[in-house]
Design a binder for this molecule. Structure first.
Ligand SMILES: Cc1cc2nc3c(=O)[nH]c(=O)nc-3n(C[C@H](O)[C@H](O)[C@H](O)COP(=O)(O)OP(=O)(O)OC[C@H]3O[C@@H](n4cnc5c(N)ncnc54)[C@H](O)[C@@H]3O)c2cc1C
Length: 455
């Protein structure tokens, strides 16, 4: 009897396995370029329903918002040093193996050192010389690069693409900053402000060195409400940071010279917190009607003429042009772009928006073109701005739209909770977020006219 039951159970399991395999074999093939916030989220949402392949240069997912504090070495997220094993483990908490993030059911295709990625008009992605991935749907989620070692390079050599090497790189950034007597942080956006605060805390503990924050805009955090700028400026000044706003600076060796008043600031260490750039050079194709021909005359074009390359429309700084309502790449069926590499307004260059865009596109793909389902889903609706800015380990501001909803210690705790939540890819449903009120005050008409256009 028991034997008969065991045989029946085994047969049922085999049949279920076969059904699963058949379903997978007939499922559409989705190739996702990039396994950051956006790419990983889409892959997770589509796994089991599609044959998903993520093309990545690194072997890990990096929780980028945690890197300013890890690189400065301030508590609670200290970066690794040779002598500090516990800190090393903490730095590694920002770095999670990609296979763990994506789970079973998602294939990872690693781009090795020196290999190129090509997207062709024949619905294939070529990785290096020999590997060709065919796709039914393509999602471009290659994000952006950032200077100062605050974000891992996506053009690594073999060793740099591993977790240990990235933790050591963060440690090197921290050691370099520690050696500085006068550190200059260039850029008074969110990253510059967060980093300057963390560095100041660290310098105070170590008993030496100054931190200077240079910003060309009229006030720090100038895309955020004035109250936030004031709060951040006070927090910085109370920690001893020297804040300079209102002009750009030319660098001459260790000196930074104000272009207007010739003010000179000495800096033996520099952290650049400006100049984020989309990782889309590999999509620039010579001969494309979307690439400025002048680029090629100036030798800026990055790839040779490629007859079968897919011509992906890029804007002037290289972001992929998408339709706001669908996140579909303009003029291309079955190709989407999400996250930092997509063309959108600067205040949407956040991990939260990368997550929501990804969730929306996954939902859209799963509608399988069914008109009724697509109507129910509706166009992409921008959720409100939800932002946690840390000002040192125990202070910060949380913004909802233009309102400050938390400050000080509570904000710092929420920032830690956000990290705990998002590094585990716990749910942050777009369906809920899109219904939240935006809480934005309308900018004056003069500001609207000066605003850069997204597309
Ligand atoms: C220092 C810093 C602090 C920040 N702090 C915050 C914050 O507090 N809150 C917040 O919401 N946002 C913050 N941001 C912004 C946030 O990190 C980005 O908006 C988010 O990372 C965008 O996600 P993404 O998936 O689009 O791109 P990315 O995170 O850049 O991921 C893109 C991935 O694509 C891979 N890739 C690139 N090129 C290729 C290629 N050719 N082939 C294959 N793979 C490729 C890269 O290796 C990378 O893994 C911060 C950014 C920085 C730099």
């Amino acid at each position: 009897m028991a034997l008969a039951l065991a045989l029946v159970a085994a047969a049922a399991a085999a049949a279920a396995r076969r059904r699963g395999e058949n379903r997978r074999a007939s499922a559409k093939r989705t190739v996702i370029l990039g396994g950051g916030f956006a790419g990983s989220q889409i892959a997770r949402d589509l796994r089991g329903k599609r044959r998903v392949t993520v093309v990545e240069t690194k072997s890990y997912f990096e929780f980028v918002p945690g890197t300013p504090s890890a690189a400065a070495g301030a508590a609670p997220l200290r970066a690794a040093t040779r002598f500090n094993l516990r800190a090393n483990l903490r730095a590694r908490r920002l770095l999670v193996p990609l296979t763990k993030v994506l789970g079973r059911g998602v294939a990872v295709e690693r781009v090795r050192a020196g290999e190129a990625v090509r997207v062709t008009s024949e619905k294939t992605v070529r990785v290096g010389e020999g590997r060709t991935l065919e796709y039914d749907e393509l999602v471009v989620a290659v994000g952006s690069e950032y200077p100062s070692g605050l974000k891992a390079s996506c053009d690594p050599n073999e060793e740099d693409a591993e977790i240990g090497a990235r933790a050591r790189e963060m440690a090197r950034v921290r050691e370099t900053m520690d050696e500085g007597k006068s550190i200059v942080v260039v850029g008074g956006g969110v990253v510059g402000v967060e980093l300057a605060c963390e560095l100041a805390e660290r310098q105070k503990k170590r008993g030496g060195g100054t931190v200077n924050l240079l910003h060309s805009g009229p006030r720090l955090l100038d895309t955020l409400p004035e109250f936030v700028s004031e709060y951040a400026s006070k927090a910085l000044v109370s920690r001893g940071v020297r804040v300079y706003v209102g002009q750009t600076y030319d660098r001459e060796g260790d000196s930074f010279i104000g272009v207007m008043n010739k003010n000179v600031i000495q800096g033996d260490r520099v952290a650049w917190c400006v100049g984020s750039k989309p990782n889309t050079d590999f999509l620039r194709v010579k001969g494309s009607r979307f690439v400025d021909s002048q680029d090629y005359e100036d030798g800026e074009g990055s790839v040779d003429e490629d007859d079968d390359a897919l011509h992906v429309p890029l804007d002037i700084i290289g972001r992929v042009r998408v339709d706001d309502g669908t996140r579909q790449v303009i003029g291309l069926d079955d190709v989407y772009a999400v996250g930092d590499c997509a063309c959108k307004l600067p205040d949407q260059m956040l991990a939260s928006y990368a997550h929501w865009e990804a969730e929306y596109v996954a939902k859209r793909l799963l509608c399988e073109g069914d008109e009724n389902k697509l109507r129910r889903l509706g166009p992409y609706r921008l959720p409100p701005r939800l932002m946690a800015i840390s000002l040192g380990p125990f202070d910060g501001v949380v913004l909802w739209g233009d309102r400050v909803v938390l400050r000080r210690w509570f904000a710092a705790c929420l920032k830690a909770l956000v990290q705990f939540w998002f590094i585990r890819f716990l749910p942050a449903p777009y369906a809920v977020a899109k219904r939240l009120p935006s809480l934005r005050t309308k900018p004056p008409a003069s500001l609207i006219l000066r605003r850069p256009l997204a597309n």
